[in-house]
Design a protein around this ligand. Structure first.
Ligand code: FMN
Length: 150
């Protein structure tokens, strides 16, 4: 069965990465609101993508992760205005903790910056122009690694 990618992208940055990864994995793609339990049945590789909103991945991502059978391999990718290093990679700590709680195996993680378009911070131009060509090439490399788990 094809890999599945479930994502949240409120301002379009993560969607760019979704398209990049999905085209390499030839994955089915659903926005998290549209991904019901039936979409997860029989999958052996599922990728979750999200922007960071108020320091967190969209919580609906975790709700949908609860549909997964424990033997399913999972990868996660995020885009954020400040970059994960700014937060000492704490995002990854929480994401791993959540997936561990569902007994899921996180086989890969990837992140890059994404232009912060929140009305309060847009004027600051945080990460304007990201994801850029280099980010997309990095996402392609990540997708090729994830292909091993198909
Ligand atoms: C409502 C909102 C809250 C955000 N909160 C954060 C944050 O806490 N930390 C951060 O680094 N970036 C934050 N950002 C910036 C986004 O993480 C970044 O632009 C990301 O690429 C958005 O992904 P998307 O375009 O796929 O929705 C926020 C953006 C929005 C719109």
């Amino acid at each position: 069965m094809k890999p599945l990618i479930v994502y949240q992208s409120r301002t379009g940055n993560t969607r760019i990465i979704v398209d990049t990864i999905a085209s390499i994995l030839k994955a089915d793609v659903f926005q998290v609101e549209n991904a019901g339990s039936d979409h997860f049945k029989g999958r052996t590789l599922v990728g979750f993508g999200s922007g960071i909103y108020w320091t967190m991945v969209d919580r609906k991502i975790y709700e949908s992760a609860s549909f997964l059978p424990p033997e399913c391999k999972v990868f996660m990718f995020i885009t954020s205005g400040m970059g994960s290093k700014f937060m000492l990679r704490l995002y990854w700590y929480f994401i791993k903790m959540k997936f561990d709680r569902f007994g899921l195996k996180l086989v890969g993680n990837w992140d890059c910056r994404g232009y912060d378009q929140h009305p309060i911070s847009k004027w600051m131009g945080i990460s304007k122009g990201r994801p850029n060509r280099t980010d997309i090439e990095s996402a392609e490399q990540f997708a090729l690694k994830m292909k091993m788990y198909e």
